[in-house]
Ligand binder design. Structure first.
Ligand code: ARG
Length: 471
């Protein structure tokens, strides 16, 4: 049974392959499976058809093929798209990839006109065009995903423009900050991420078609017409470069890696903050799971998985760089390996952005715990030093005075703001009653009242500008 099946598919292959004429024996079954890409590149079907229609119309306009052929091609490709979307299209491994599958079906439907579609074109410029069209649409999805996440961050930041938490350096309590300010740091990272994707989009959005296999074509094609009809900003200027480089995919993956690096850092904080040791936040149950053995557990699975999935996105970037580095000009089959990492990267970041935006809306803040943590860590020590400097003490001396006061606080288990005035005055006679206004958490954050500072008024203005920029 197996053997006769093999024979059947092989002979079909030998007859139907677009390039089979010069071969004396069919491709080995294992090789066929090894070299076929249809299982994953069928995802490009819609853009492949879009590109083919633009190419056919240009061939017609340039009188390279007849207008009747163009009409038949458009009609046939339209029907094929419907079959694909209805799930009734039969994808054949024998036909190697998305391009040959669609072309064969077209020829079955419309005969010779279908065979004329590939005039002046190669799968090399065809696939490069498809990937660029697909990636351009994906970048647009990513950009709206980033924007949605930014909006949900802004919403949460706005509710917490005054909520005080400890700011950390070295994961040690450093100075008080507002939670809104902390969240807006991620808004800024995402803003740069969006800029990176938008910038990569400019280089993605160039048309390879017309490069044909590598050298261009002898037909009187009009590349600008095709570029305009597919919404490209222009054509790839060199045919060898057009069919061979995948730097645009690498740039996309690099931008995706930086995005995931940011979301991974954010995730690490969510994991820490939701741990009962911190208890700064609660993540809504729908983003968490329990333990099969420990009934008390509520695990922050989503942020942990975001942190984990960052690894595969970084890995794909390395994979694509390595894929390119040894390739001589022009097209090599190596490039077929660009798709799976690219698709997986895109899928990962699109769904991560979506789930993250929703997770922001599911965060409940335990403001009392944040405040308590800020009170316990001598977070206003710098404020005391600055107070002494404003009274005339050199900063280095003030630093030393406060260090001694903190040491006293550690020994007596009290924060600076809890000490009596006479106690504080042991460390400097310059300290007077007005010191308590700078030792409070509110006084500390309010005093950082400049662009980029943590004062609630500044956070509100940063939020206002962020909202306006997203409009
Ligand atoms: N499936 C191929 C790819 O993804 C299409 C181009 C094939 N070109 C060729 N000369 N074999 O790269």
């Amino acid at each position: 049974m197996q053997a006769s099946d093999d024979k059947k598919t092989s002979s079909l292959n030998h007859k139907s392959e677009a390039w089979s004429g010069r071969f004396d024996e069919p491709v080995a079954e294992l090789v066929k499976r090894y070299t076929a890409s249809v299982d994953f590149d069928k995802r490009l079907a819609r853009v492949d058809i879009q590109g083919s229609i633009a190419h056919a119309r240009m061939l017609g306009a340039q009188q390279i093929i007849s207008l009747q052929d163009v009409a038949a091609i458009e009609q046939g490709l339209g029907e094929i798209l419907q079959e694909i979307e209805a799930g009734s299209f039969e994808w054949l491994l024998d036909l190697e990839d998305v391009h040959l599958n669609i072309e064969k079906r077209l020829t079955d439907k419309i005969g010779d006109a279908g065979k004329r579609l590939h005039t002046g074109r190669s799968r090399n410029d065809q696939v490069a065009t498809d990937v660029r069209l697909w990636l351009r649409a994906t970048v647009d999805d990513v950009l709206s995903g980033i924007k949605a996440l930014q909006l949900s961050i802004i919403d949460l930041a706005e509710q917490h423009a005054d909520t005080i938490m400890p700011g950390f350096t070295h994961l040690q309590v450093a100075q008080p900050v507002t939670f809104g300010h902390h969240l807006m740091a991620y808004f800024e990272m995402l803003k740069r991420d969006a800029e990176r994707f938008a910038d990569a989009r400019k280089r993605i959005n160039r048309l390879p078609l017309g490069a044909a296999a590598l050298a261009g074509t002898s037909y009187p094609i009009d590349r600008n017409m095709v570029a305009a009809s597919l919404g490209f900003d222009g054509v790839c200027a060199n045919s060898l470069d057009a069919v061979s480089d995948r730097d645009f995919a690498i740039e996309f993956s690099a931008a995706a890696s930086v995005l995931m690096m940011h979301l991974s850092r954010f995730s690490e904080e969510l994991v820490l903050w939701s741990s009962p040791r911190f208890a700064f936040i609660d993540i809504a149950d729908r983003f968490c799971t329990g333990s099969s053995i420990m009934p008390q557990k509520k695990n922050p699975d989503v942020p942990e998985l975001v942190r984990g999935k960052t690894g595969r996105v970084f890995g794909h970037l390395m994979g694509l760089l390595t894929l390119m580095k040894g390739q001589p000009l022009a097209y090599n089959k190596d490039n077929q390996e660009d798709k799976e990492p690219l698709f997986d990267t895109a899928d990962t970041i699109v769904v991560t952005l979506q789930i993250y935006a929703d997770m922001m809306r599911g965060i409940r803040v335990n403001a009392d715990n944040m405040r308590q943590a800020a009170l316990e860590g001598f977070a206003t020590a710098t404020d005391l030093a600055d107070y002494l400097v404003k009274k005339g003490m050199p900063f280095r001396d003030a630093h030393e005075v406060v260090a001694l006061a903190v040491k006293h606080g550690v020994n007596t288990q009290q924060d600076l703001a809890d000490m009596a005035l006479t106690e504080l005055q042991q460390f400097s006679k310059m300290i007077t009653e007005d010191v308590y206004s700078v030792l409070t958490l509110e006084g500390s954050v309010a005093s950082r009242h400049h662009v980029g500072g943590t004062a609630p008024a500044q956070v509100r203005s940063a939020i206002q500008q962020a909202r306006a920029a997203l409009k």
